[in-house]
Design a protein around this ligand. Structure first.
Ligand code: PLP
Length: 396
């Protein structure tokens, strides 16, 4: 078959995105109820959403934020990151995992990835630890957990704080335990493409009461009315104090209501993702020209993203042509991610290309395949057909 980009018939007539949310009537009703209630911004629903997520992941505390990015900022604040501190993270992530370090005046230090699992490599972390290392922000890329025990082993006997960016990993298990209480703090995102959505939204889970208190203040201007926190305790009931420089990062109650309603369906969402991934794995495992991501034994992943490597020397074209060929078939592939320090802003800060060769090599040949719970079996079939058509054509 001739790919559509070369004049053949496309596999699909209707474009398929790489991801999209699944909202039902129940979700709409949940939001509607809050819109008609007394609270629009952070109120009882935000608290309920926090309790639901904390119970699910087995953490003592959860703090909701207006986005996952704001949540990461809050975690970096609670960790006390400041100018002069180094924080180690992966380049194979969304820019927010690293930007949050810059927000606090810290210095991001990039450690290279494992070329098979695509996650930050604990051995590479070890090479980057210095006296200035304040924290590590590992990312559960595609939903697969990092090797948390191996990372903890590297920081044993130090005060280095682990903030796990699990924007992709709500529901994922590490050695049988759900991600969310294994690191000092864990971040989840509720952006529409993530496991469940609240429109925009994020959360930090932690077992540390001190971090919890700091984040609760931080997301609301660091303004407090709590008697035990006030400097001037002799004032009237209107009185409040701003104790530090905070932000307005509150999640609204109608977003929280959407999050709670979505959460009721998380098992269904995850099992549908697993079904689709099983079909992809079966179809692609022997497809010459495509290399699958390794799933580490310790990780039971929710499969946020399905990322493959293209065997470009074999296909004798570059990723751009393969990407464009899929788009011409109306199959919405994508690329996650451009190494963070390749972005012009980071280049201006002095980061040089070549810093993490394994991440850069992966970037050059990777492709994200459509995966979301609302995909029909026909959609899945179209994607597989597209792969056989395009990869088969260029492999010849
Ligand atoms: C989505 C995402 C974020 C940011 O979350 P938002 O809710 O979009 O702000 C951070 N890190 C990773 C890896 C993400 O995928």
């Amino acid at each position: 078959m001739i790919p559509a980009i070369l004049g053949g018939e496309p596999v699909r007539t209707k474009p398929l995105p790489y991801a999209r949310q699944l909202i039902d009537e129940e979700d709409c009703q949940a939001v509607d109820e809050v819109l008609k209630s007394a609270f629009l911004t952070t109120g009882p629903k935000a608290g309920e959403f926090e309790r639901v997520i904390a119970a699910y992941v087995g953490s003592s505390y959860a703090v909701s934020f207006s986005s996952g990015t704001a949540a990461l900022h809050g975690a970096c604040y609670a960790a006390g990151i400041m100018k002069g501190d180094e924080v180690i993270t992966t380049p194979m992530t969304f820019a927010a995992s690293s930007n949050c370090i810059l927000y606090m005046g810290g210095t991001p230090v990039f450690a290279d990835i494992d070329p098979e699992t695509f996650n930050i490599d604990p051995e590479e972390i070890a090479k980057k630890i210095t006296k200035k290392t304040k924290a590590i922000i590992p990312v559960d890329f595609t939903g697969q957990t990092v090797d948390i025990d191996a990372i903890k082993e590297q920081v044993k006997g130090t005060d280095i704080i682990i903030i796990e960016d699990s924007a992709h990993g709500l529901g994922t298990k590490y050695k049988g335990t759900r991600v969310g209480s294994l690191s000092d703090m864990t971040m989840f995102s509720f952006h529409p493409v993530k496991t469940i959505t609240s429109g925009e939204g994020g959360m930090i889970t932690t077992n540390n009461k001190e971090y919890y208190r700091k984040m609760v203040n931080f997301r609301s201007h660091c303004i407090t009315r709590a008697p035990e926190q006030l400097i001037d305790k002799e004032n009237g009931k209107w009185y409040y104090e701003m104790l530090d420089l905070g932000f307005n990062y509150r999640l609204t109650d109608f977003q929280a209501a959407l999050g709670i309603s979505q959460f009721k369906k998380i098992d269904k969402f995850i099992s549908r993702r697993k079904e689709i991934v099983a079909k992809y794995n079966e179809a692609f495992k022997n497809l010459d020209g495509v290399i699958l991501q390794k799933n580490a034994d310790f990780s039971d992943t929710t499969n946020h993203l399905y990322v493959v490597k293209l065997d470009l020397p074999k296909l004798k074209v570059d990723r751009r042509q393969i990407f464009d060929a899929f788009m011409a078939e109306n199959i919405g592939v994508f690329v996650h991610y451009i190494p963070v320090y390749w972005h012009p802003y980071y280049q201006q800060l002095g980061y040089k290309k070549g810093l993490c060769p394994k991440a850069e090599e992966l970037y050059n040949c990777m492709l994200t395949v459509p995966l979301f719970p609302a995909m029909s079996d026909d959609d899945v079939h179209d994607v597989i057909e597209g792969f056989y058509k395009i990869i088969g054509y260029y492999r010849k």
